[in-house]
Structures are given as C-alpha cells and as structure tokens.
Design a protein around this ligand. Structure first.
Ligand SMILES: Nc1ncnc2c1ncn2[C@@H]1O[C@H](COP(=O)(O)OP(=O)(O)OP(=O)(O)O)[C@@H](O)[C@H]1O
Ligand SMILES: [Mg+2]
Length: 334
C-alpha cells in the first residue's frame, strides 16, 4: 500500500531503540503467549533519519512474519547495533555503500523459508498465507522503504531452524544531530468503547491492540453484519465506529448509516488503502467523521480517534473570571 499510494515519507532524526521500546506492548498484543520476544538494544546507538511511521511498519511486519512462521510457538529476538560497512566487506550480499549503519535484526525460530520461496520474498503480492491472512505486501513494502532510505535488507534462513532478517539503516552523520534524537510524538488514549470493523484479520488484531494498549474498550467484527450484531448487544454508549470503507457484503459508509438508529452517538473513522479521501467515496457524508489512509501508524490512529472523541472545544460560554459589573453606560451610547 505504501507503494501504491506513493507515500511521501516525512523523515526526522530518530532513535531506533526508542521505537523498539515503544512498540513492546504492541508486540505482546499480537503474539500468543507461546511466543517469547526479547530485545537486545545496542548501547550508544547512532541516530537514523527516517519516517517513524515507516520504521514502525518495518518492525511490525517483520515481527508478524516471524510470528506466522511459528504456529507452534517459539522465540523472536529484536536486536539493534551500530555497524560499519567497509569496502573489504563486499562479501555482503548487499549493495551497501561503505559507511556507518544502524542494523536492526529480527530473528525467529520458525519454519525457515524454502529456497523456491526465497526467490520471491520481496515481490509485491507474493504470499504463502491463506486468503485473508496475508496480502503479500509486507516484505515488498519494507524493501521499498529501506531502499528509499539508502539502506538494505538481508535474509538468511534454514528450513526447520528459523530465519534472520537484517535491516541496515544509514546512520546519521553526527553533525546532523541537533539535540537528542527524536522519537514519535506522544499521544493520549482513553477509556471509551470503540467498535472496530476490518475484514483483514491480522490488521484488525493489530489495530485492536493499538487501541487496547491505550485503555480503550474495543469491540470488533470482521464484516458489517457481525458489526451490527455486536452494536445491538452493546448496552452502553458507543461513541466511535472505526470501519474499513471496503468490506465484504456492503461498504463501511452503509454500515455507518445502518448503525445510526442503534447508536446515534457514534462518530465514524473510515480507513482505506484505496482512495485518497473519503469524500470521493459514495455514501460518506455528515460532519462527525474522519478519514485515515492505510497504512497508518499507531500515532496516526490514536490522534484521529482523539480528534473525533474530543472535538476541539468551543470558546467557553461563561468566562472563567468574574466579569465586573458593566460600568454605567452613558445613555447616549446605550
Ligand atoms: N520470518 C519468516 N519465516 C518464514 N517465512 C517467511 C518469513 N517472513 C516472510 N516469510 C514468507 O514470505 C512471504 C511473504 O511475506 P510478506 O510479509 O511479504 O507477505 P505476507 O506476510 O504473506 O502477507 P502480509 O505481510 O501482506 O500480511 C510470506 O507469505 C512467507 O511465506
Ligand atoms: Mg507479512
């Protein structure tokens, strides 16, 4: 999707270790307890210049692939380190310009990858997963993100033993570092109930965990009929519906219309990877909605949710300080 929407990256100077740490709770949310994940974060790690959303995407795609390669459980390791690529290291199967890099490794103890599959790994839409479980865009997206940044990705694997993905991000020259490396902006969560409708199961699970990790009560459904059933059973207020615009059966906008009589308080956050904005989609109307383009980061999602749940306040009707009694107005001005 990053490829198809020709996403314009917004690079900032950032610390990869901070991103790995911030994503821990999301990892735990998408991994079953039979998968152990540990991080080994390099000390004195140099900064990289990258779009934080894209770095999160790289990391999450690799962790989810590792998870899917271990249906019976196993171990994932996420490691970061400074590395120097010097001209003598040209045995690397990568066309890296010699110089300083920050290396991210995501390794697993899963199935490994058969040689005939390895040849297609980075091709868009190549997937060995059942329909609905994988779009085959994970690795091709990572490839284009990393390539765009002047980095590279390398894979080594042994069938039945596991797989190691190494991602090389160019390290920032020291003189580019103005102040401490920045990470993603902080955003707040909440405790409201949200109905999440998304037909791609892994994406639904990930989005649900992003919201739950911030305190939200999330009800979810994979199609519009199931969503309406869940909504009817929800006795309390349901202030927000998050729905994909394209769903099996009928569209997200029709779902929103059908939800309105059941939960008139519900505002709507539409998501889609296929069009630039919701106004181009038939049926999307009203003022209590926002639109979020896929792929989105955790921060994009949380920001859009808070914007809908807490619209910008109108100026208070009553001033906070007591207003002095009006001075006697000259009759000529009254
Ligand atoms: N860690 C891994 N272990 C074993 N096989 C892997 C691993 N990572 C990727 N693969 C193989 O590479 C294929 C392509 O991966 P990719 O991430 O591009 O797509 P996907 O995971 O199938 O779908 P998506 O990421 O779009 O949900 C996978 O279907 C799988 O066969
Ligand atoms: Mg994948």
């Amino acid at each position: 999707m990053a490829i198809s929407r020709q996403q314009v990256p917004q690079p900032v100077v950032l610390d990869l270790n901070t991103i790995v740490k911030q994503m821990q709770s999301l990892f735990h949310g998408v991994l079953n307890p039979d998968i152990e994940i540990r991080s080994v974060l390099g000390r004195g790690l140099g900064a990289i210049r990258a779009d934080p959303t894209q770095v999160e995407q790289v990391l999450m795609n690799l962790v989810i692939n590792a998870r899917d390669a271990m249906p019976g459980g196993g171990k994932i390791a996420v490691e970061t380190a400074n590395v120097e690529v010097d001209p003598s290291q040209q045995q690397l199967p990568l066309c890296l310009t010699p110089g300083p890099y920050v290396r991210l490794i995501v390794s697993d103890t899963g199935t490994g990858i058969a040689p005939e599959i390895q040849a297609h790994l980075f091709e868009p839409f190549f997937s060995t997963k059942p329909a609905g479980m994988g779009t085959g865009l994970g690795l091709s997206t990572i490839f284009s993100i990393v390539k765009q940044m002047g980095g590279a990705i390398d894979v080594s694997t042994k069938q039945g033993k596991g797989t190691v993905f190494k991602v090389y991000f160019p390290r920032c020259p020291e003189d580019l570092l103005a102040g401490p490396p920045r990470a993603t902006m902080t955003v707040t969560g909440g405790t409201e109930t949200i109905l999440l409708v998304e037909d791609t199961a892994p994406l639904r699970q990930l989005t649900r965990e992003m919201l739950r990790s911030q305190g939200y009560n999330v009800l979810d459904a994979g199609d519009p009929d199931e969503a309406l059933r869940v909504a009817r059973e929800c006795a309390g207020p349901l202030p927000l519906l998050i729905t994909d615009l394209l769903l099996p059966g009928y569209s997200g906008s029709l779902l929103a219309q059908r939800l309105a009589p059941i939960h008139p308080e519900a505002k709507v956050l539409y998501t889609s990877g296929y069009c630039d904005n919701s106004t181009s989609h038939p049926g999307v109307r009203g003022k209590d909605y926002e639109f979020l383009q896929k792929p989105f980061s955790r921060d994009d999602l949380l920001r859009a949710v808070r914007t809908l749940l807490e619209p910008p306040r109108l100026p208070a009707r009553r001033p906070s300080r007591p207003v002095p009694a009006p001075a006697a107005t000259p009759a000529s001005l009254a």
